[in-house]
Design a protein around this ligand. Structure first.
Ligand code: G6P
Length: 613
């Protein structure tokens, strides 16, 4: 995680850097800092807290300079305080470095540097790296670029870095391995960032820096890119498709609420050109291009983290139901280390909103090395996972900025459903009749979500009564079990209320002991899917005086009458219920968090893009 921004050109760097940091704050927000080159001065300003704190502080200082680097941090080594914030100076204060990632062998390197007389002010691995670069620069008498190259040859771990030098006002050197970095190309100026959002308003020409590549950004000069192993690379200039309005709140108090309300549109975008009602058809090019691979697959493994892992579970239910291919769903962090059995006939699907999650990226690499075919389902176009998979499809949900994922989840479920349907149809397990029904229902989902969103005020009203709660249980069965997990995750993430998602019938094997008058239980009891069985589970909770919030199908009165509060969703096919049932759960978590006064878009300790393992 952590966000990196850099600028070199003829404009004042400070406003560009601060604005860029604000765009990247989703990547971490426990401290922030900036380094500016101004004449023979190399000024560093940093603060604990958010970018707004840095801004307040920096604006009382000299923020002149046309070259600078800036950083917003998600702490890994050392607590989030001013000393550990980036940028870090080298021993002589000639160099300043920012870093996203983890230097795994930092303690060995630090020890070596101490023996050469270097001292350290912070507890960070980053300070070790800047000292190491200085050490190589001085002992080998080389330029900054070469010193970075030499130092990175010693480093084990993941990084995206940017470094500037006091006596070199015409260069920023940057490098990456495992953490993302993109360069924006302007007129006699370059921008540097962890993703394209800080760059978009200045240029649409970008170069994504590749794995283990080092780049020199120099005013008026072509980009120079070399690998750490010293192989020259030609910059591959791409055009950005992102627009500025996609990055703004558009009148909503929070990005999360905006993104929840965007879902009718984002799902239409996800289905555009793919779900064709006139022809009663689904055409997912990711599937068509790899039809044989999918048809011959003996097994599908889906790997993901967090919310994406929940969508993977729904994908498993759909693929197994429609296509009768066994599907295993894996946490990427477990998969990558537990010596999994991966065969050449396996398809590994990696799901990731950001396309940058370190564990998922590592799972992709592992599966690739075993000869499996790797298919990515990602949201951020041009991110690392789509670039490292054999094929895949984008979810097209647009930039998701709220740390708690909402629209990316529904877009992932939509893509997985389309994939399952195509595979099921081609394999002959999904009847034409059922296929057509689902195609038609899928096309109606955006309107049905709009209907649910009309209950926003009702949800906001009753959400206030739950701010007292310390714990919540979420229950669902079948396709709604992963929705229960996702609902619980949303509440945990943004309201800090402990919440557990459970398969409704499992409740009696443990969680039922927790049920009391104090315990709110959210139950997804849609009429499609094991309704009667879920009603029995609700009876068990009522008998123990639990407080029920239910998600029911329109027209249901049985469960509604048993509930303290209930939210209705339109009827649909069972496999599509998650796309509707999750909407009230997103709103419930959002309104409880708002009523508790929590920072909804930037919950404590979290980051949107987890580029460290
Ligand atoms: C972080 C985010 C979650 C996200 C997870 C996986 O924990 O806070 O919202 O679900 O990473 O991210 P990915 O980008 O791979 O979907």
């Amino acid at each position: 995680m952590c966000g990196i921004v850099g600028y070199i050109g003829n404009k004042q760097a400070y406003p560009i850097l601060i604005k860029g940091l604000q765009r990247l704050e989703y990547r971490g927000y426990d401290s922030a800092g900036i380094a500016l080159l101004n004449g023979d001065k190399l000024n560093i300003y940093k603060t604990k807290g958010k970018v707004s704190d840095l801004k307040r502080f920096a604006e009382q200082q000299d923020v002149h300079g046309t070259v600078g680097i800036a950083h917003t941090r998600w702490a890994t080594h050392g607590e989030p305080n001013q000393v550990n914030a980036h940028p870090h100076y080298s021993e002589s204060e000639e160099l300043a470095l920012i870093h996203n990632g983890i230097i795994e062998n930092y303690s060995v390197l630090k020890q070596g540097l101490k023996e050469h007389g270097y001292s350290f002010k912070s507890e960070t691995d980053t300070e070790v790296l800047v000292q190491l670069i200085e050490f190589f620069k001085k002992t080998n008498n080389v330029d900054l670029f070469t010193a970075v190259q030499l130092a990175l040859n010693q480093v084990v771990g993941a990084y995206a870095i940017a470094i500037i030098e006091r006596n070199q006002p015409d260069i920023i050197v940057a490098a990456r391995k495992g953490s993302p970095l993109v360069v924006g190309i302007g007129e006699d100026e370059y921008f540097l960032a962890s993703d394209a959002t800080p760059i978009i308003e200045y240029t649409d020409k970008v170069v994504y820096i590749g794995e283990e590549e080092i780049v020199a950004l120099r005013r008026d000069k072509q980009l120079k890119i070399k690998t750490i192993a010293n192989v020259e690379k030609t910059p591959d200039v791409k055009k950005l498709e992102l627009t500025l309005s996609q990055l703004e709140k558009g009148g909503f108090p929070h990005f999360m609420l905006k993104e929840i309300f965007e879902q009718p549109k984002t799902l239409s975008d996800s289905m555009r050109g793919r779900v064709n009602i006139e022809e009663n058809n689904i055409t997912l090019s990711g599937f068509i291009d790899n039809r044989e691979k999918f048809m011959n697959a003996k097994r599908i493994i889906i790997t993901a983290c967090g919310t994406s892992w929940h969508s993977a579970l729904i994908g498993k239910y759909a693929i197994e139901e429609f296509a009768r291919v066994p599907v295993e769903v894996e946490y990427s962090s477990e998969f990558r280390y537990r010596k999994p059995v991966i065969n050449q006939e396996d398809i590994v699907i990696a799901i990731s909103q950001s396309g940058e999650t370190a564990d998922t990226l590592a799972a992709v690499e592992l599966a690739k090395s075993k000869g499996a075919f790797i298919f990515g389902i990602c949201n951020v176009v041009g991110s690392s996972i789509p670039r490292n998979t054999h094929s895949g499809c984008y979810t097209h949900a647009g930039p998701e900025i709220g740390v708690a994922s909402t629209k990316a989840f529904t877009a992932q479920v939509t893509v997985l459903t389309m994939l399952a349907m195509m595979l099921g149809k081609e394999k002959g397990f999904l009847s034409q009749d059922r296929y057509l029904k689902i195609v038609h229902e899928l096309a109606r989902i955006p309107d049905k979500i709009s209907e649910i969103l009309k209950q926003n005020d009702h949800i906001a009203q009753f959400a206030k009564t739950y701010t007292y709660a310390q714990n919540f249980i979420y229950l669902g069965r079948g396709y709604n079990f992963p929705v229960a997990l996702e609902g619980a995750l949303k509440l945990k993430e943004i309201s800090y209320i402990h919440a557990e998602g459970y398969p409704a019938a499992e409740m009696k094997h443990g969680p039922i002991a927790l049920i009391s008058q104090e315990m709110p239980v959210v139950v997804i009891a849609s009429s499609a899917g094991m309704y009667e069985k879920v009603v029995s589970n609700i009876q068990e909770i009522k008998a123990r005086k639990g407080r029920i919030i239910s998600i029911v199908t329109e027209g249901d009165s049985v469960v509604k009458n048993m509930s303290d509060y209930s939210i209705s969703i339109p009827d649909t096919e069972e496999c599509l219920v998650p796309l509707l049932a999750v909407i009230p759960l997103q709103l419930l978590a959002y309104h409880i968090a708002v009523a508790k006064g929590c920072d909804v878009d930037q919950p404590r300790n979290l980051a949107k893009s987890v580029t460290v393992e």
